[in-house]
Ligand binder design. Sequence first.
Ligand code: NAI
Ligand code: MG
Length: 327
Amino acid sequence: MTHEIAVIPGDGIGQEVTPAAVEVLEAIETVDFEFVEGDAGDAVKAETGTALPEATAALAADADATLFGAAGETAADVILPLRQVVGSFANVRPAVAYPALDAVQPDTDLVFIRENTEGVYKGIESEITDGVTTCTRVITEEASEKIAEFGFDYARQNGFDDVTIAHKANVMQKTDGLFLETAERVGADLDAEYDTALMDALAMHLVMHPEDYGVVVCPNLAGDMLSDLAAGLVGGLGLLPSANVGEENALFEPVHGSAPDIAGEGIANPSAMVLSAAMLLDHLGYDEEGDRVREAVETVLDEGPRTPDLGGDGSTEEVTAAILDAL
Ligand code: NAI
Ligand code: MG
């Protein structure tokens, strides 16, 4: 079986790290891929007036999965519609501290399961009068149930004992009340162990004792912020992958952006992008292959070469070659 993968490198270092992920996938001899490449981002907008050409959106819609690098200033115009195109309801963001690196909290092994379609990111904002604005927060039982089921399922499949449901239902009684009640019902129906946590206090506990947590199921905004906080605990955007998972389709991207400050220098860390490709392998059912890729990245983090963001003087190409060797 051949899997068709849409590849959208985008802008800046997206152009430099995306080929590394494609090379790694090509090196997995047990899986057949066919890659189809599309343009998106600032450069294509400057040329054509649109940051996400219809042809590129169609590639992502039709492919078995999509690899996306990063966009620059047009990031929101690219990634938000792309997430919709693949029908993504869950944003999966692991934050793992690698022993080889000096993480702020070396025992961090967290996965944020962030609701990806509603909450305050629904985009319903109004200016009531001069100086008064509002934002409508949408929480539905359907989306809450889906994200909770996904989170519990993810925890079980990936060997996590701890599931935490993040909320602020004491203040947002209707919206987070529904989110919490729904997620707790899903947990009870599955006979699963879980805790609930007020998201503000959780932020503090994550900084001080990340080792007490595993899978964290969150409404949209909370998941965005808590996962970035955890990124800080493990040190460095160059290491963090993510998945946008839908019913049938999914898109994989590093958490970082186009990094204009280093773009074109050939020194971007390809690890986050390669780890995103490992998540793509997991998603297609190739867990063993996904583990192999993660082990190869870890070997290179341990033994070098390293890119400058991790204190080394290796290039993107040298690190990619070492990951391919380790595979
Ligand atoms: P950024 O993630 O591009 O860069 C932040 C800092 O981290 C920079 O100093 C950069 O050099 C470093 N960095 C990031 N990834 C790295 C890697 N793989 N290797 C080594 N160093 C790395 O975020 P920033 O600076 O806030 O945004 C730059 C542009 O990227 C903006 O135009 C923004 O809109 C866009 N962006 C796009 C995203 C996306 O496409 N999903 C996400 C975040 C930002
Ligand atoms: Mg964010």
